[in-house]
Each structure stands twice: as C-alpha cells, then as structure tokens.
Design a protein around this ligand. Sequence first.
Ligand SMILES: [Fe+2]
Length: 206
Amino acid sequence: MIIHTDRDLSLSGMETFTPKTFNIPELVGIGAKNIEEHLKLYKGYVSNSNLIINKIKEYEKDPVENVYVLGELHRRFSFEFDGMRNHEYYFESLSDGKKEINKDGELYKKIEIEWGSFENWLTQYKAIAMTRGIGWVILYHDKQTGHLLNQWIDEQHLGHLTGLSPVLCLDMWEHAYVYDYPTSEKKKYVEAFFENLNWDKVENNY
Ligand SMILES: [Fe+2]
C-alpha cells in the first residue's frame, strides 16, 4: 500500500489504473469482432474505476458536505474495479494461443482431488455458467484452507468471496458472445471458451 503523506489518508492505495493489453490470437467460436467490442467494454471499466477514484479525491475536499455522494462512490467502486479485474483474468486466459492443461501439474491434480475428476469439475463449472442473469463463473482458490471452489458472481461484484483468489474467470454477460451466438445458444459460447483456453495462464493464477 502506498501512503500519501501529503493527502488525506483515506485516499491511500487508490491510484488510477492503465488498461492492460492482451495478445489474443484468432479464436475458435469467438469472433474477432466480439473480442474487439469486448475489449472496448473492458477499457470502460478501467476508465470508470479511474473516474471514481478522481471523483472521490475531489469530493473528499469537503467530506462532511459530500458524505452521501462519497458513500455512493465507494459503493459503486467495486462494480467498476471488479469489472476491470474480472476481464483481465478473462482476456489473459485467452491470450498467447491455446494450451492444454498440464495433467502432471498442481492445478490438475488439485481439481482431481477436489471433484474426483477433471470432468466432474468441468461439468459443474459449465452448469454454473448457465445460471440465469448476467455475471461470471469463477474458479477460486481459498488460500486459508487450500481448497478450490466454483462460484457464480452477479454483475461484476456481487458474490465475490473474501480472501479467495480467482483462478479461472468466465464472462457470462451477453456482450461476451452477442456477435457470435443468440442468447438462447450461450452454451455454445461456453464450449468455445474452453476450446481456446491457455491453461498455462490459468495454472499461473493458482
Ligand atoms: Fe465482459
């Protein structure tokens, strides 16, 4: 954490962000147009995170007068910030070309221990992806217990589990596949996602 001694301490750590770039190759079943438009939305989460940070700095000059506005800005921040981070995990996992999971690797072995088989885990993960509404499926690692678990997140931020680290994030907002599939066929998008995964990146998150 960075402490700004020349500013209000409540601002410490709240620096602005720069959009990351991703080396996404031609994908199977997820078109370049969809990726291009999706990356624009990602950049929107980065710029809106920065906007909120800058607004908070501005309104904190008079925290008594702006107490309600500040509260709402802090409430809204997790939507924009988590939107930024979720997409970074997502695009990173689709970067630098497809790579199969290493069956001798730690992640594969842990999944087998937790779910009995890799297929069992995959079946559960894909089933969660069919949850009604907009949000994310996330495979988490709980460093406190060492366990893995699959979880649904509403929107970008509702349902995140404290202290757990994302390992694999799948975007289930309609914008993630709308150029490629009608909403009634989102299952095909889920299959396409797994066809393109760079498991090296996913294993690095574990
Ligand atoms: Fe998205």
